[in-house]
Ligand binder design. Structure first.
Ligand code: FAD
Ligand code: PYC
Length: 417
């Protein structure tokens, strides 16, 4: 049952040190065995657990997270949501995710602060404009809302942006996906966690997976810093550490791990009404409900597992952003952070069974996986439960790196890999 708190409840709890609040989910102790174990505690992992329990009746399952849930990319990303990818395979999964986002707050009975404020992808030269127009046509063929605006229409839709043509990268047009937008990352994590936990899923935090055991080509269990757990199914959903965990069963994934940074400015009154992204200048921006400008760039070029990133990337992204929004130049930066993203050669994810029976991988979402969270969890849960990929997951099987049937989405990934 959901408890509703009045102002006076909130005040009393604040003064009492929150002693009367019920935890939203159980912080479980690991059991000796489960029907399935999911490694990771990000959005994709929690969504997978939620749909495994809700749609496939698998409730004797555990999430093992080495830190705290939402402490990885789920809590570090800039929450841009859109489905305007080029290829049919991508349209299917990102489109499915966007539809699920639309009803998710209601379904979880949790305010995920979904805001369909529109996403602009800017064009700065004729070649880019042609590429973006091609994408608009491809999107429409897949029933994904997408339109092309000229510079004047961009200014009408987003008054804060400068369309001066007297700069290095003038805005000459943009695609607009009106159903795109942003939401609140920790609310999504907590909403999925509460719903999964209520159905019996064990959420185990501070539990690092250190090894995976297999016999006769099939997994038998998992070693953790809190002991051994027996299970016939292991689903790896660990984003930047996908290749590290896959190595535990002897698999080498075609994935590189890079830092991706973001920062926020001090909070200001509402000034930016939509999401603005530019591939060419490697910068993007939106305004949070608290008033901070949420700003990001492309990846740091080197491979790393440190959740920081180099200052040169921030300097470059801010210089670019100020050409688009000269009036942001007086704002002070408040916080900066990085996350580790796992990038596949074709900028598309891996949702797949593997050569080791019972070991499944969901990873390689690179810089753009947040938007896919519910769709990814839904498709992956189906694969883990039935041991066969459904129509949405099948194109993202790991075999594509052998067959060559890549889903090359670098152009639509929007943040340079
Ligand atoms: P995570 O949330 O990273 O979860 C993986 C978890 O696995 C982590 O919590 C980690 O602690 C845990 N883990 C790792 N190894 C182990 C182990 N051995 N044992 C136990 N647990 C382990 N995407 C968008 O669509 N839109 C955006 O605007 C956007 N902005 C981004 C901005 C930044 C700065 C970053 C870093 C990423 C951004 N992304 C964006 C990408 C997006 O965040 C990721 O693709 C997505 O969140 C990955 O989801 P996940 O749940 O798999 O990962
Ligand atoms: O994939 O839209 C995206 C994105 C925006 C910022 C980081 N990734």
């Amino acid at each position: 049952m959901t408890r509703h708190y009045s102002f006076f409840n909130l005040l009393r709890e604040g003064l009492r040190g929150h002693s009367g609040w019920e935890p939203a989910w159980r912080d479980a102790e690991p059991k000796p065995s489960y029907d399935a174990v999911i490694i990771g505690g990000g959005g994709h992992c929690l969504a997978t657990a939620y749909y495994l329990a809700r749609e496939h009746g698998m409730t004797n399952i555990a999430i093992l997270e080495k830190g705290w849930i939402g402490g990885g990319n789920a809590g570090r990303n800039t929450t841009i949501i859109r489905s305007n990818y080029l290829y049919d395979e991508s349209a299917a999964i990102y489109g499915h995710a966007l539809k699920l986002w639309e009803g998710l707050g209601r379904e979880l009975n949790y305010n995920i602060m979904m805001s369909h404020r529109g996403v602009l992808n800017l064009a700065h030269d004729d070649h880019e404009a042609r590429q973006l127009k091609r994408r608009v046509e491809a999107n429409r063929l897949n029933s994904i809302d997408s339109e092309y605006l000229d510079a004047k229409q961009v200014k009408e839709f987003c008054p804060a942006i400068s369309i001066s043509q007297d700069v290095r990268y003038p805005v000459i047009g943009a695609t607009l996906q009106r159903r795109g937008g942003v939401n609140r990352h920790d609310a999504v994590v907590w909403g999925f966690a509460r719903a999964a936990s209520a159905m019996g899923v064990d959420i185990v935090q501070n539990c690092e997976v250190t090894g995976i055991r297999a016999e006769a080509g099939a997994v038998t269990g998992i070693d953790t810093n809190r002991g051994f757990i027996r299970t016939p199914k292991i689903a790896s959903v660990v984003a930047g550490h996908s290749s590290v965990v896959a190595r535990m069963v002897g698999l080498r994934l075609p994935i590189e791990s890079h830092p991706l940074q973001a920062l926020v400015s001090e909070p200001v009154k509402p000034v930016l009404n939509c999401v603005v992204m530019s591939n060419a200048v490697h910068a993007y921006c939106s305004q949070s409900d608290k008033g901070e400008l949420v700003i990001g760039a492309g990846i740091d070029a080197y491979l790393s597992y440190t959740q920081r990133g180099g200052f040169d990337v921030i300097e470059h992204e801010i210089a670019s952003l100020l050409e688009l929004f000269p009036n942001f130049s007086r704002l002070r930066m408040m916080r900066q952070w990085g996350g580790i993203v796992d990038v596949c050669p074709d900028a598309s994810p891996i949702i797949s069974k593997t050569g080791v029976k019972g070991f499944y991988v969901n990873g390689g979402w690179g810089t753009g996986g947040w938007k896919a969270t519910p769709g990814s969890g839904h498709a992956f849960a189906d694969l883990v439960a039935n041991d066969e990929p459904n129509g949405i997951a099948a194109p993202f099987a790991i075999e594509r790196f052998v067959t060559g049937r890549l889903v090359a989405e670098h152009g639509a990934a929007a943040v340079a890999h």
